[in-house]
Design a protein. Structure first.
Length: 476
C-alpha cells in the first residue's frame, strides 16, 4: 500500500477495549482520521464484563474479609443487646447491591473513555466490523445482520478481544451454570459455588466468593492451583484457600456440568460428582477472530485463532495490526494498551520502541495478591538463564507484623555475575502496587546494589525489597 500524505491517514480500529482505546487516542494525537467500531461499548469486555467489575468484586470481598479478621488486631465489633449485654453482629453481604455498584462503575468508566475519544476527535460507530479485504471495513448491526457502512482505511487495527471458552457438556444458562461475564446477574451470595478451573480467573473468583461467605469447591485439573505461576506463590495461595475452608480438588478434571432441580452437579473424569448451588466455568478463553474477514485478507492466525504479530503488533499483512487478547501475546489489559499505542505509532511513522514481554509485570488478584515480573525461578532451575534467587518471608517484615500479615514473601532474581535484577515475585496484600519497584529495576537493568541503595521507608513492606537486594550483594 502507498500512503497518500497529502491527506490525513485513515485508521480504522475494530474493538474499543484497552488496546483499541489506546490505539485510537495515539493515532488521533498524531493527526490521523480515526474511526473506532465497537459492538458493546467503549472499554470492551475488559471494562464492562471482565477486569473492572471482577476487580471491584474482589475489592469488596477483601473489605469483607478485613472485617472478619480485624479481631486479630484487637478490633472487636459489638452491638448492645437486651440489658446492655454485648452481642457480636453478623457481617452481611448484599450481593445485589455489590453487583449494581460494580456495573455502575463499569458503565461510568466506559462513558469516561468514550468522552475522551470524542474529545480527541475519534469517530465512534456502534456495530460489528469485519474486514473487506485489506483496505476497508464493513460495519453491520451484528453477525449476519444488515450492513450499514463501509469505511476505507489505510491502516486497520484489530482489537476484538476474547470470550469465555464454553464446554459442550457445560453450556452456560446465565442462572446456575455461569461464565465469568454472567456472575454479575446474581442477587445473593451463592450457597455453594463450584469453580471449574484453577488458573488466574478461577483462583481469583474462588477466593473472592469464599471471602463473601459462599461455600466454595475449586476443581483443579493440575496437582496445584495456579499452574504455570511461581510454585512458591501458588503454594501460599492454595494453603490460604484450604485454611479459609475452601475445598480444593487437585488432579480433578471436570467433564460436564448439569443443572438440577435445586442447583448443579459437576461430573469429574473419574466418575465422581460434586453438587453445588452454582458452577463457574473458568476454563480459558477464545479469541473473537472468527468471521471478521481476517483469513480472507491474508492475515495469519495461530491454530487456536489468535493473530500472529511481531513486536510492534503488525500482522502478516503490512497495514493490519492485531492487539490485545485476540493477538498471540500476553492476555493483559496493560499489554493490550501498550500494543495499541505501539501499533498506532508504528503505522503512522512515529518513533517506536518495541516493548519486551519479559519485562511485563503481571498480577493475580487473590488475597494475598501475586505479582511477577521478568525471569522466573523455574527458568533459572531449568538452566534457561543463570541466576541467583533470594526469598524473604513477609512474616519477618516489621510492617507486616503490625498489619497482621503472616502469608507472603518477596523474591528477587539476579544474574549470577553482574547481579543485575532480572526477575521478581511478590506475594502480599497490594502486591500489584509493590511490584512496580521491581519492574523498574528489571526494565532499566539495575543491579541489586542499585536497588539496595534506594531508601525504603521504615517500617514498610517495600523494605523487604531492599532487604532482598542487600542479601544478593556479591562480596569479592
Amino acid at each position: 500500500m502507498v500512503f497518500n500524505f497529502e491527506r490525513k491517514q485513515r485508521v480504522v480500529i475494530l474493538g474499543g477495549g484497552p488496546g483499541g482505546y489506546g490505539a485510537a487516542l495515539s493515532a488521533a494525537q498524531l493527526g490521523a482520521e480515526v474511526t473506532l467500531i465497537e459492538r458493546t461499548g467503549v472499554g470492551g469486555a475488559a471494562v464492562l464484563t471482565d477486569v473492572v467489575p471482577s476487580k471491584t468484586l474482589i475489592a469488596t470481598a477483601t473489605a469483607a474479609q478485613g472485617l472478619t479478621t480485624a479481631t486479630d488486631l484487637g478490633v472487636q465489633f459489638f452491638v448492645r443487646g437486651q440489658g446492655d449485654k454485648p452481642q457480636r453482629p453478623e457481617i452481611a453481604v448484599n450481593l445485589g447491591e455489590v453487583n449494581k455498584r460494580l456495573l455502575n462503575l463499569a458503565g461510568e468508566q466506559s462513558h469516561d473513555m468514550s468522552a475522551a475519544l470524542t474529545q480527541a476527535g475519534v469517530t465512534i460507530i456502534s456495530g460489528h466490523g469485519r474486514l473487506d479485504g485489506t483496505e476497508a471495513v464493513i460495519v453491520s448491526a451484528g453477525p449476519g445482520g444488515q450492513d450499514f457502512d463501509r469505511i476505507e482505511a489505510d491502516t486497520i487495527i484489530v482489537s476484538v478481544g476474547a470470550s469465555p471458552r464454553v464446554l459442550a457438556e457445560a453450556q452456560p444458562d446465565g442462572e446456575r451454570i455461569l461464565t465469568w461475564t454472567q456472575l454479575y446477574n446474581l442477587t445473593t451470595v451463592p450457597e455453594h459455588i463450584v469453580v471449574v478451573g484453577s488458573g488466574v480467573t478461577g483462583a481469583e473468583f474462588a477466593g473472592a466468593y469464599r471471602a463473601l461467605g459462599a461455600e466454595v469447591t475449586l476443581v483443579s485439573s493440575r496437582d496445584q492451583v495456579l499452574p504455570g505461576e511461581d510454585a512458591d506463590a501458588a503454594a501460599v495461595i492454595e494453603d490460604v484457600f484450604r485454611r479459609s475452608g475452601m475445598t480444593v480438588l487437585s488432579g480433578a478434571r471436570a467433564m460436564k456440568a448439569e443443572r438440577t432441580d435445586s442447583g448443579v452437579v459437576v461430573t469429574l473424569a473419574d466418575g465422581t460428582t460434586v453438587e453445588g448451588s452454582h458452577v463457574l466455568m473458568a476454563v480459558g478463553s477464545i479469541a473473537n477472530t472468527a468471521g471478521i474477514g481476517l483469513e480472507e485478507a491474508g492475515v495469519e492466525l495461530t491454530d487456536d485463532g489468535h493473530i500472529r504479530v511481531n513486536r510492534v503488533a503488525r500482522s502478516s499483512v503490512p497495514n493490519i495490526y492485531g492487539v490485545g487478547d485476540c493477538s498471540a501475546t500476553m492476555p493483559l489489559a496493560s499489554v493490550a494498551s501498550m500494543q495499541g499505542r505501539t501499533a498506532a505509532f508504528h503505522a503512522l511513522g512515529d518513533a517506536v520502541e518495541p516493548f519486551d514481554e519479559r519485562n511485563v509485570a503481571a498480577n493475580i488478584f487473590t488475597q494475598p495478591e501475586i505479582a511477577t515480573v521478568g525471569w522466573s525461578q523455574a527458568e533459572i532451575e531449568a538452566g534457561t538463564i543463570r541466576g541467583t534467587i533470594h526469598k524473604l518471608p513477609l512474616e519477618h517484615n516489621p510492617r507486616a507484623k503490625m498489619m497482621g500479615i503472616t502469608d507472603g514473601f518477596v523474591k528477587l532474581i539476579a544474574t549470577t555475575t553482574s547481579r543485575t535484577v532480572i526477575g521478581g515475585v511478590i506475594v502480599a496484600p497490594n502486591a500489584s502496587e509493590l511490584i512496580f519497584a521491581v519492574a523498574l529495576a528489571v526494565e532499566h537493568r539495575l543491579t541489586v546494589d542499585d536497588v539496595a541503595r534506594a531508601f525504603a521507608i521504615y517500617p514498610s513492606l517495600t523494605g523487604s525489597i531492599t532487604d532482598a537486594a542487600r542479601a544478593l550483594h556479591k562480596v569479592g
